[in-house]
Design a protein around this ligand. Sequence first.
Ligand code: DGU
Ligand code: CA
Ligand code: CA
Ligand code: CA
Length: 190
Amino acid sequence: VDWPEATEEIEVNETIEVDGDFDGGNARYVPGPGLGDGGQGEDQLPVFEVAEGGSLNDVIIGSPGADGVHCEGSCALNRVWWEDVGEDAATFRGGDGSTFTVSGGAARGADDKVFQHNGGGELTVTDFAAEDFTTLYRSCGNCSSQYQRSVVLDGVEVTAPASRLVGINENYDDTATLRAITVIGDDGDL
Ligand code: DGU
Ligand code: CA
Ligand code: CA
Ligand code: CA
């Protein structure tokens, strides 16, 4: 994977609200202390909050990552690069029937999870790469509103060591579809 060179550096101390299509022009958005320290605390704020129907394009999220990107409903994340995932990289909310896409981009440095699916609907991840993470996708197991969720990984390159690609709740009829997964390195644990 070829990570992009940042065109400029922007410190973010207040969540950027995206309504519609946001073109980041490959600027590096660096979470400041106002958002969180990028550890595993659940009280951190996202760098971007994308409203239902919005998209985030060509954005680099710098260290320490904070709570990454929140989608409040259906959204598209195109060529988003997480240089050092914080508590998690992206959280998908919204009701049944939501459609979320992650296309292009990559993530590294996730102590725990990369994609956190808390709402309903389906997340499709294509042409994506991840390294230095624990779990690529988790369907929330104890959210206050529980949903049936689906995930499709199609064309994903992961670099070991890592623990798992997907964690789903079979008791809620979640589904996971994995296609064209490439594992680089020692895959003994994946
Ligand atoms: O209800 O307990 O880790 O969004 C919420 C869940 C918990 C979430 C999740 C997240 O899984 O807080 O980061
Ligand atoms: Ca979490
Ligand atoms: Ca989180
Ligand atoms: Ca990290």
